[in-house]
Design a protein around this ligand. Structure first.
Ligand code: F2R
Ligand code: MG
Ligand code: MG
Ligand code: MG
Length: 347
């Protein structure tokens, strides 16, 4: 197992916060080539210690991630009702953090039914189809850290925690894919380069059995949408880049609010950023990852948050520029939360 575990805990949760805070102002936007230059200057400015600006606020992505960390820290045995209560309490305390417009109904119902069945409200979403939003994936980061040496527990806790708000298989398996991606990145030594094809192969090997098991009641056992998407992103990584590469990425992998159109994109950003990217001028791989994620537009806070969590889990806290970090709301709290999560692990 890696030597600098505590640094990786910090890198991952702080990476998640930074993607959320820095991506937040661009959420829902389409990004032009002019905007890409503005984003390059925005990141340059934040690395400059003399630049003083108002901090960037975190959104629902971080609000919910904090609850997941607290749930792991406070209870030695996973207590999902406690997690549901943390989500709801946090939401009613600060409802204006840019939550998904449908997930708020889940919080209301959980509260009104006094948490009688914590999975019923999410099952009722979208006429029983359940949400396939990326809300499960965006908050998952503390789970692969806490369970880094307990793979099966990691998957079970990731699944049960996601189901409180997301019951659609694409929403659940998207969260599991993000969990697995963070876990894999965490296990790569921070000073070793990422083997891009090996990383993809590992993801496919792990997500395929999960997808096949989900559809085992159906006749069609070939339904492995996330596997297919990983093959697509692997093909995209092998391509020569042209001027409209970003449009191709958005078209073939996605930049939307659904887990299916954002989790593979976050993984793509992390892998693509292992090498220089035209128009993203920095030697810092962590910065390159989140800056590139934001330039794709769409669900920028969430894609940058998820990409930042993966990159931070690999590189650790040392790789993150602290001047930039200081522009993110409550960053000290997230550093503290990472340390508490690290200390809460059973020996
Ligand atoms: N919601 C946003 N950003 C847009 C608005 C921000 C703010 N309210 C504003 O006005 O400025 N960002 C956050 O939401 C995403 C995570 O969402 P989550 O937690 O998955 O929520 P929800 O509501 O369950 O799903 C989100 C949307 O996805 C579509 N959708 C999901 N399942 C669907 C289904 N079965 N059928 C049809 N549509 C489905 C719906 O449009 C949902 O509202 C993150 O980006 C976070 O940053
Ligand atoms: Mg905007
Ligand atoms: Mg958000
Ligand atoms: Mg978002």
């Amino acid at each position: 197992s890696p030597q600098n575990i505590q640094s990786k805990f910090r890198g991952c949760l702080v990476g998640s916060l930074m993607g959320d805070c820095l991506g937040g102002p661009y959420e829902g936007d389409e990004i032009s080539s002019g905007d890409r230059i503005i984003i390059q200057r925005y990141f340059d400015k934040m690395e400059d210690a003399s630049f003083k600006g108002p901090f960037k606020k975190y959104t629902d992505d971080t609000a919910m991630m904090k609850s997941v960390a607290k749930f792991l820290i406070d209870k030695p045995e996973p207590d999902f009702k406690y997690l549901a209560k943390l989500f709801v309490t946090e939401f009613f305390k600060e409802p204006r953090r840019g939550y998904g417009s449908n997930v708020m109904d889940v919080f209301e119902k959980l509260r009104n039914t006094k948490y009688e069945d914590i999975y019923r409200p999410s099952n009722e979403q979208f006429n029983g189809l359940g949400s396939y939003g990326n809300g499960g994936a965006m908050r998952i980061a503390p789970i692969p850290l806490y369970f880094y040496d307990k793979y099966e527990n990691m998957l079970n806790v990731a699944r049960e925690s996601t189901k409180i708000t997301h019951s659609n298989l694409l929403g659940i398996n998207g969260a599991l894919l993000q969990c697995i991606a963070i876990h894999q990145a965490f296990l790569i030594e921070s000073d070793k380069p990422v083997d891009v094809d090996g990383f993809c192969k590992g993801l496919v090997e792990k997500i395929r059995p999960i997808e096949l098991a989900c559809y085992e009641d159906l006749n069609d056992k070939s339904e492995t949408p996330y596997c297919e998407k990983i093959f697509t992103l692997q093909d995209m990584l092998r391509k020569k880049y042209t001027d409209d590469s970003d449009e191709e990425v958005i078209c073939n992998i996605g930049n939307g609010i659904s887990a299916y159109e954002s989790v593979p994109t976050a993984i793509y950003c992390f892998l693509r950023a292992q090498n220089p990217i035209p128009g993203i001028e920095t030697n810092n791989i962590f910065r390159r990852t989140i800056q590139y994620a934001i330039t794709l537009g769409g669900d920028t806070d969430t894609i940058a948050c998820m990409a930042g969590a993966i990159a931070g889990a690999h590189l650790g806290y040392e790789a993150i520029d602290k001047t930039t970090l200081q522009h993110c709301e409550k960053y000290e709290d997230i550093v503290g939360l990472s340390d508490s999560l690290f200390k809460a692990r059973p020996n």
